[in-house]
Structures are given as C-alpha cells and as structure tokens.
Design a protein around this ligand. Structure first.
Ligand code: FPP
Ligand code: ZN
Length: 325
C-alpha cells in the first residue's frame, strides 16, 4: 500500500508525457491533446513545479490549434470544439499568456454555440450534441477571457440557468440533458455554472441537503468515491464529487482521510502518475484530478485549488480582480 504522496515522481511523470512522442499511446491521445496539456500543467502548478514544461513551446502549440473564426481544436488541423477551447484558454491563463489571443474572437465563438431558445450549449458549430458540461465550459471560458456579462457578447445567463434547472432530477442531482440520470460529473458542471452565475440559491434548483446526501453516498468502504450508485470508485471522482461538496460548503460530509488513502494507493510508485484505482495504469487525467482532490482536501502541501474553476485559487483571484477593473 502506498501511503506517501510521490510529488517528485508525479512531476517526472507529467514531464515524460512531453517526450514520449514516439509511443503509440501518445498518438492515440491526439484527439484530446490540448486538454491533456491543461491537466498536466495544472497538476504541475498544484505541485509547485510551474517551470517543468517549456512555456514558449507550449504556448506556440496551443496557438497552432487556434481557428481563424474562433475556437480551438484538440490538435493542429482538428475541428474547433468547446472542450478544447476551454482547455486552450485555461493553459494560456496558467501561463499568463491570455494576451496572445483575441478575446473577442473566442468569446464570439463561445456565444455562438448557445441555443438562445433553450439556454443549452452545443459542443461545436456543426454538431447537435448538447450537454450541461458545455454550459459550464462556456461560462468559465467567458470569465477567463474577461467577457462574461459583456454587452458586446450575448450569452444568455438566465436561459442557461433555466436549462440547468430542467436537468435537475428528483434525487437532487443533475444529468447531461433534461431527463438524464444524475451523474457526479454533471452535478459538478451544473453547480459550478450556477456558482459562476451567482445563482446557487435560485429557488427550486439546488436542494443542498438532498444533493449533498447523494454526493456523500458516493463514498464506498475503500474510501474512494464513485460517480453513480453501484459503480466502482474512481480517482477522478475525488474531483467531481468533492468539488461539488466544496462549492456547497459541505466537504466534511465525507471521510477525508479514507479518501486520501484511496488516492495515494492508486499512485504508480515506480513511474509516477495516478490511476483510476489501485492496480490500473496511470494517466494524466486521473493524475490531475487525484492531485486536485488532494488539494481540495488540504493534504500534502499542494497549492489550493478553486472548486469552481479547477484552477489554482491564486490565478482565479487574479482573473477576478482583473475583470473588476
Ligand atoms: C466524468 O467523466 C466527468 C464528467 C462527465 C464531467 C466532465 C466535465 C468537463 C470535461 C468540463 C470541464 C471540466 C473542468 C474541470 C474544467 P468520465 O465518466 O468520462 O470519466 P471516467 O471514464 O474516468 O469515469
Ligand atoms: Zn475516472
């Protein structure tokens, strides 16, 4: 059983991802490359290793995924999608390089994805996939770009809140679309979107006791958290469940020490990185969300993370004060 946080190994693991370009796994992950960089860079930042990856190369790569009519793809030549657009903007924010892009161009792209009749947000211009993830992503992207509640960009916050309310279920949770089952990942995106909009207390939307009960029921005897009833525990839910409880001020509704044990036991004690659970292969997604969970729990001397933005608290404070000016 691994009981110590392996900081140096995880820093080396994230750095190694950048140098493994000859491996099949690297090419197989091309469809989500920009998001992979956000997970890696954010994890490094939480571990106090900001300079571990080459900054200029990273910024140039992100900009090579940019589209002239707004948005970013996952990799150069890939279509723009809101998932990668947020990741690209988060990376630039983490590198203090947001002035390298045209904020109005990308804010216009984000706003163009909202269906003003329902408030829902689609993932890309050509598709018809709607998902509460995209509502949250568009709001976070607009805040980072300094274009939330901006006269020039028409994002309908009231309609977005009404759409989230429609996605609420009888058990207090939220799903991907209206009528879809509650899922911890979607609960996070809906609560975080409401938090950004300042509407967590919207009448009839968030039943704090009920949803926190549902979230705290996600902890299984091993200490890990699952995303839905009857599912296996998974390190990434240390973020989706925990950040939701943190947004509602109820982090103490789960056993923090047991969750830490579960996350630490999922570490690869040779090559570094964290897996979804003990015995599985580590990947950068679970490494990032495991570390983000430990940060929210206040363990292992990690930089504090903001539960709404999934970015370091210090960065979110800077962005907020910049936006007030
Ligand atoms: C579960 O993923 C997680 C979700 C459905 C929420 C994902 C949310 C985003 C991508 C929005 C952006 C998030 C941040 C933090 C900026 P899964 O079920 O595919 O994961 P798994 O297979 O490991 O369980
Ligand atoms: Zn997972």
């Amino acid at each position: 059983m691994v009981t110590r946080f392996l900081r140096e190994k995880h820093i080396a693991y994230v750095k190694s991802l950048d140098t493994r370009r000859d491996e099949l796994e690297y090419w197989l992950s091309e469809h989500l490359r920009v998001s992979g960089i956000y997970w890696g860079v954010c994890a490094l930042e939480l571990m106090g290793a900001r300079d571990a990856l080459p900054r200029d190369e990273m910024i140039a790569y992100v900009k090579s995924c940019e589209h002239a009519d707004g948005g970013f793809g996952a990799h150069p030549g890939h279509d723009a999608h809101i998932l990668y657009t947020l990741s690209a903007i988060q990376i630039l924010a983490l590198q203090d390089a947001l002035d390298e892009i045209d904020a109005d161009l990308h804010a216009a792209y984000v706003c163009s994805l909202q269906d003003k009749a329902t408030g829902a947000v689609r993932g890309d211009r050509d598709g018809d996939e709607f998902d509460t993830r995209f509502v949250y992503i568009s709001m976070q992207a607009l805040v980072l770009l300094g274009r939330f509640r901006d006269e020039r960009h028409k994002f309908d916050i009231d309609a977005a809140v009404a759409y989230i309310a429609l996605c609420r279920n009888y058990d207090g949770g939220f799903g991907m679309v209206p009528g879809a089952e509650s899922h911890a990942g979607q609960i996070f995106t809906c609560l975080a979107a409401l938090a950004i909009a300042g509407r967590l207390d919207e009448p009839g939307v968030v039943d704090r006791d009920l949803v926190c009960w549902w979230l705290s029921e996600r902890q299984v005897p091993s200490g890990g958290l699952n995303g839905r009833p009857e599912k296996l525990p998974d390190t990434c839910y240390s973020w989706w469940v925990l950040s939701s409880l943190a947004i509602l001020g109820r982090l103490d509704w789960i056993d923090k020490n047991k969750l830490r044990e579960f996350i630490l036991d999922a570490q690869d004690d040779e090559a570094g990185g964290i897996a979804d659970r003990k015995g599985d292969v580590a990947d950068v997604w679970h490494t990032h969300f495991g570390i983000a969970g430990l940060s929210l729990l206040g363990f292992d001397d990690l930089a504090p993370i903001d539960p709404v933005f999934c970015l370091p608290v210090s960065l979110v404070q800077n962005i907020r004060s910049r936006n007030k000016k």
